[in-house]
Ligand binder design. Structure first.
Ligand code: Q46
Ligand code: ZN
Ligand code: ZN
Length: 318
């Protein structure tokens, strides 16, 4: 097995790209894939500042590292979600990554700064934990980016994530989501631009990237992800990919080039409906179609709740 670039011994084979690489040229390949995604989808200008939504997992630390390697001004932001030991460990990896490299990492804690955590919010709202978690992350990342004057928020969503979401949206022909499933969401109405620079790289590549770069990350999945249907979609796509390498890439990227525009009206209609009277949350100042935004309502609803510790959650509905 020889490196495609230098013909030296290769350490990784990428069947989807019909290529093998040595460590040095694999890193160069990853950077090139991110640079191509940024250019093709016009994610960032050369002098723009980007805030990376960091979780402590491989994808978010890798995207931060690659953006810096490509010369972008990238700071990190991590949220303490209060999911027991998982959150403490993952935040620890984010802090270690930043401090070893002298980077700026902004932090907030749901429990310390907002009076609740994800397991308690799930119990109070009687919904899946990812619902309150996703709402909190979107709100806090958006607000941190706007308040900090960043041009965009970058997330570590990779090709496997995006293909799995696309698979779910296609299975149900959820045309509104299909119209919105883009690697870039432009800034609008007080929300920052959102970018996904890893859409050309998969999970296996990101894990290899971190190992080669010496980036320590949390390997365990979030304990609240169990039963998540996206995990099942990923397994299904992995089975197809094993038989037919390159399928995931084609599924997602051909969707972007050939089909996404066909659903633009569905997405535009939904955005217009939801934001036609967009004002400002009277409590936090974020854009909101109601007097009080969904995050501030969650803070209010959870204010008097007895904190739930993991393993104690009962009777929550999916
Ligand atoms: S952290 Fe939060 Fe994820 Fe855990 S509770 Fe769900 S959304 S699975 S990326
Ligand atoms: Zn090489
Ligand atoms: Zn608010």
């Amino acid at each position: 097995m020889k490196c495609r670039t230098c013909r030296g011994p290769a350490i990784i084979d990428l069947k989807a790209h019909n290529a093998n690489f040595c460590a040095e040229h694999f890193l160069a390949f990853c950077r090139e894939q991110v640079a191509r995604a940024i250019k093709k989808h016009r994610m960032l200008g050369p002098d723009e500042r980007v805030l990376v939504a960091v979780s402590g997992g491989k994808d978010s630390l890798a995207v931060w590292d690659i953006l810096l390697e490509l010369g972008y001004q990238a700071d990190g932001f991590v949220i303490g979600l209060g999911i027991g030991e998982y959150s403490e460990t993952s935040t620890g990896y984010a802090r270690a990554f930043a401090s070893e490299r002298g980077l700026t990492l902004h932090e907030t804690s749901l429990r310390d700064d907002h009076g609740f955590d994800v397991p308690t919010a799930a119990e109070v709202t009687r919904r899946v934990p990812c619902s309150a978690c996703g709402l909190s992350k979107r709100h806090l990342f958006d607000k941190a980016a706007i308040d900090g004057g960043y041009d965009a928020v970058a997330t570590g969503h990779n090709l496997d994530d995006e293909a799995a979401v696309l698979f779910g949206n296609t299975l149900r022909w959820n045309t509104e989501y299909l119209g919105r499933q883009r690697p870039v969401l432009p800034a609008r109405d007080g929300f920052p631009r959102k970018i996904k620079p890893l859409v050309r790289l998969g999970e296996r590549e990101m894990a290899a990237y971190c190992v080669i770069r010496g980036i320590d990350y949390i390997v365990e999945e979030c304990p609240m992800a169990a039963g998540n249907k996206h995990l099942r979609y990923k397994e299904a796509l992995n089975a197809i990919e094993a038989e037919s390498p390159g399928s995931k890439h084609a599924f997602y990227h051909e969707f972007l080039s050939k089909a996404a525009d066909r659903f633009a009206d569905d997405a535009a209609g939904a955005i217009a409906d939801g934001t036609s009277e967009l004002g400002t949350c009277t409590r936090c100042g974020s854009p909101s179609s109601n007097e009080v935004c969904a995050f501030c309502l969650l803070v209010e609803r959870t204010a008097d709740a007895v904190p739930v510790t993991l393993g104690e959650r009962r009777g929550a509905r999916r």
